[in-house]
Design a protein around this ligand. Structure first.
Ligand SMILES: CC(C)(COP(=O)(O)OP(=O)(O)OC[C@H]1O[C@@H](n2cnc3c(N)ncnc32)[C@H](O)[C@@H]1OP(=O)(O)O)[C@@H](O)C(=O)NCCC(=O)NCCS
Length: 149
């Protein structure tokens, strides 16, 4: 399947909302307003993965400072997983962050989310700390970071 990674368009919002609701439990998924805020934020970078004419996933990062970015979310629809789409989206974000001369990226991942942890490990993210109760006070997260060389 040919995969295309492109920038976010405003008309993607509804589909990305639906994907986020499929990817995360109801109390962790973004509301429409929250996702719209992140996608439209002037310091956000969003990449959307398309294949066979439909959106298969997306990733969002935000520049927190001129040198550090925060990965806000990474979502791939269930029937397109394990095809390197998540990896491609993260690499596309990284390319843009490096182009902007960002030095580091950080993210949080649930301590229960082994698939995402493996993906980030393969991209050379390092475990920095545990954030207790990061997900609605009921689930801890690892904070992970990547230094761009
Ligand atoms: C986590 C997620 C983004 C992975 O997307 P993906 O496109 O399936 O990931 P990739 O195909 O790029 O996988 C890259 C590596 O991650 C690891 N991985 C991915 N899915 C895995 C799984 N189900 N079990 C174990 N390892 C897994 C593997 O090491 C894989 O490398 P490999 O292909 O050489 O085995 C996807 O499962 C998802 O959207 N999950 C729900 C939302 C989520 O958890 N987002 C991350 C929040 S921090």
């Amino acid at each position: 399947m040919a995969l295309r990674i492109r920038n976010f368009k405003k008309s993607d919002l509804e589909t990305l909302c639906q994907i986020d609701r499929i990817c995360f439990p109801a109390d962790i998924a973004f509301s429409r307003a929250e996702l719209a805020y992140h996608l439209n934020h002037p310091k956000s970078i969003t990449r959307v993965a398309e294949g066979l004419g439909r959106i298969l996933g997306f990733a969002v990062a935000r520049m927190e400072t001129s040198s550090c970015a925060h990965v806000i979310t990474l979502d791939v629809i269930p029937d397109a997983r394990k095809c390197r789409i998540g990896t491609s989206l993260m690499k596309a974000l990284h390319r843009e962050l490096k182009r902007k001369r960002v030095e580091a990226a950080i993210l949080e991942v649930s301590t229960q989310n082994l698939p995402a942890q493996r993906l980030y490990e393969k991209l050379q993210y390092q475990y920095l700390e545990i954030v207790s109760g990061y997900y609605q006070g009921r689930e801890d997260a690892y904070r992970m970071g990547l230094l761009f060389s």
